[in-house]
Design a binder for this molecule. Structure first.
Ligand code: UTP
Length: 294
């Protein structure tokens, strides 16, 4: 059944992870390694995003990668030398943990040859997503929520159809960092979106509802992105594409319940590590002592 033609809403199976960005805000740490592979407490950042996609029922993880991102591919694959070594040393729990990483779902890797923007990265997923609705997770925005933020978006998609964006109320002085929406609240925390603008100055922002790194998108976005001209920063912007989509199909926004950690900068990543370690009974005291001793 072609969901795009019938317009019916149902669960999604594919989640796109655009991870081909250059990570310039985190240089030089990210010069040769993927920022998504930096550890957040006990796992790489990307692992949190994959868990979120799994929790929303996705089984196909579509990674849009670039030149410095090969370690992501290796992380979710078998590692025979390591497995043999753990087995020989009788480290059963670790052995099982390592094996489990390669069994989480189907991982598909597509290359974005040059970082032409988030919209272009999403377009690179077309050969896999084709006519299906799909999830998008920007993994450096780590979301801790129950149910997961992607699941919260999916619930709205299943009820109403159409595309769904995660929204967060931001201070007015920060609007120039985000895509900002115009919408009408149709249910508590659920908005029917009528317009959006990428990174407006505080005085020009039509609201303080900002788009955060989670989306359920209609496949109708692909032809739109394919014909779209570069926007802000000379990049193919996803916000511009969704803005065009608005004139063709419904787009909803959900003010999600949960916490977001921006791990795309050194400051955000450091803060996320400290905060999440403080919530871990095994690490809480380590962090406390380290701070006290300073
Ligand atoms: P960011 O705006 O965080 O860009 O992209 P970035 O390159 O990762 O980091 P900075 O700003 O240079 O420090 C948002 C998301 O879109 C992906 C990024 O990997 C990130 O997940 N992206 C961005 C692409 O996959 N391709 C692009 O061309 C641009």
């Amino acid at each position: 059944m072609n969901r795009r033609e019938t317009g019916s809403a149902s669960s999604i199976t594919k989640c796109l992870f655009p991870v081909a960005g250059l990570g310039t805000r985190f240089l030089p740490a990210t010069k040769e390694i993927a920022k998504e592979m930096l550890p957040l407490v006990d796992r790489p950042i990307i692992a949190y995003g994959v868990d979120e996609a799994l929790s929303a029922g996705c089984r196909e993880m579509v990674m849009i990668t670039g030149r410095t991102k090969k370690s992501i591919e290796d992380y979710f694959d078998r590692s025979y030398e390591l497995e043999e070594l753990l087995k020989a040393r009788n480290k059963k729990t670790l052995y099982e943990k390592v094996i489990a990483l390669s069994e989480l779902g189907d991982f598909i890797y597509l290359r974005q040859h040059s970082p032409l923007g988030l919209g272009h990265a999403v377009l690179c997923g077309e050969p896999v997503c084709r006519n299906e609705y799909f999830g998008v997770i920007l993994p450096d925005d780590v979301m801790i929520a129950e149910p997961s933020v992607l699941s919260q978006l999916l619930a709205v998609h299943e009820e109403r159809g159409g595309s769904v964006l995660a929204l967060e109320e931001v201070p007015r002085e920060e609007t120039s960092r985000y895509g900002i929406v115009v919408g009408t609240e149709v249910a508590p925390g659920v908005y029917s979106i009528s317009d959006m603008v990428e990174k407006p100055a505080p005085e020009d922002a039509p609201s303080t509802l900002a788009i955060m790194g989670r989306y359920i998108l209609s496949p109708a976005i692909f032809p739109i992105l394919a014909r779209q001209k570069p926007g802000a920063g000379g990049e193919i912007q996803l916000t511009d594409g969704v803005r065009t989509l608005l004139s063709e199909e419904p787009v909803w926004g959900v003010v999600y319940n949960g916490r977001r950690f921006d791990c795309g900068t050194q400051q955000g990543w450091l803060s996320a590590n400290i905060r999440l370690a403080m919530e871990n009974p095994l690490l809480r005291e380590v962090v406390r002592q380290a701070i006290i001793e300073e």
